[in-house]
Design a protein around this ligand. Structure first.
Ligand code: CP
Ligand code: NVA
Length: 305
């Protein structure tokens, strides 16, 4: 019997622009509903498997809480406690797990591992972060911007720091949500040219963070050493020394510019305490919105699956 391939969420580009806008609107609605204490239980009897090959606070808790609030259940799977950690092949793990659960979230290193897993899964696979992309975070970031300032279309976002998974997902978001993206990175730490090709009309590369920040509506940064790059931390601290988001950088942006960071943050490295704990920072709303945006995502992927 022919079955439809599942709807995966491996990068933001698995959504059309219209679907992405609908999903954010739904996230805002589900947040209001949750805050009013009105239950919404479309995923009763549904189970999300969550495989974490890297640490997590926000992603784990937001998916687990989200499934509970939607009436379903989530299972946390750590490689060291499962056969994945003992070398069971990815395709076999995907085949087996996807016969039991209704969706699978995977946080791993190489993006190709996620793609391989998805290829052999009968159920939707969600990217909970790879070395290349972090699309769930961008759903929360865009929701947060819209809640505070309205539409992001035509706005200028400045990303300062490493051309990493967050930067790559911002490039995809610029394309889907139609905003200008200024990216300031030290030489050698630029985003992948392949990812940049997604939208070379909306993205501009800078080597000077102050120049990149001019007139920005949103300033974003991320850690200088991502998970898996711990050995490079000292060298990266030296390379990124001029890329700390400080009040001087914020002063280059629009007066009502917001500051975001996916967290965890290192005060005194990629951002000063004054900025992240200051009035322009919306990082706590951004973190909370992981829950609401992912509930909208789970509902979209699973409700009619
Ligand atoms: N921002 C984010 O993904 O946080 P965790 O690593 O805690 O999940
Ligand atoms: N770039 C960071 C994001 C953490 C949420 C990392 O990959 O570790």
């Amino acid at each position: 019997m022919e079955t439809c391939p599942p709807r995966h969420f491996l990068t933001l580009l698995d959504l059309t622009s219209a679907q992405a806008h609908d999903l954010i609107a739904r996230a805002i609605e589900l947040k209001q509903r949750q805050h009013r204490g009105q239950p919404y239980l479309p995923l009763q009897q549904r189970v999300l498997g969550m495989i974490f090959e890297k640490s997590s606070t926000r992603t784990r808790v937001s998916f687990e809480t989200g499934m509970a609030q939607l009436g379903g259940h989530a299972i946390f799977l750590a490689p060291r406690d499962t056969q994945l950690g003992r070398g069971e092949p990815i395709p076999d793990s995907a085949r087996v797990l996807s016969r039991m659960v209704d969706a699978i979230m995977l946080r791993t290193f190489e993006h190709e591992t996620l793609e391989l897993f998805a290829k052999h899964s009968q159920v939707p696979v969600i990217n909970g972060l790879t070395d290349r992309f972090h699309p769930c975070q961008l759903l929360a970031d865009i929701q947060t911007y819209i809640e505070h300032r309205g539409s992001i279309q035509g706005r200028t976002v400045t990303y300062i720091g490493d051309g990493n998974n967050m930067c790559h997902s911002y490039i995809n978001a610029a394309h889907l949500f139609d905003f200008q993206l200024n990216i300031a990175c030290p030489p050698g730490f630029e985003p992948s040219p392949l990812v940049l090709k997604t939208d070379d009309t909306r993205c501009r590369l800078f080597t000077e963070p102050r120049a990149a920040a001019q007139h920005a509506d949103l300033i974003v940064t991320d850690v200088w050493a991502s998970m898996g790059q711990e050995d490079e931390a000292a060298a990266r601290r030296a390379a990124f020394a001029d890329f700390c988001v400080s009040s001087a950088i914020m002063a280059e942006a629009a007066d009502d510019a917001l500051f975001m960071h996916c967290l965890p943050a290192h005060r005194g490295e990629e951002v000063t305490a004054e900025v992240i704990d200051g009035p322009q920072s919306v990082v706590w709303d951004e973190a909370e919105n992981r829950l609401h945006a992912q509930k909208a995502l789970l509902d979209y992927l699973l409700a009619n699956a």
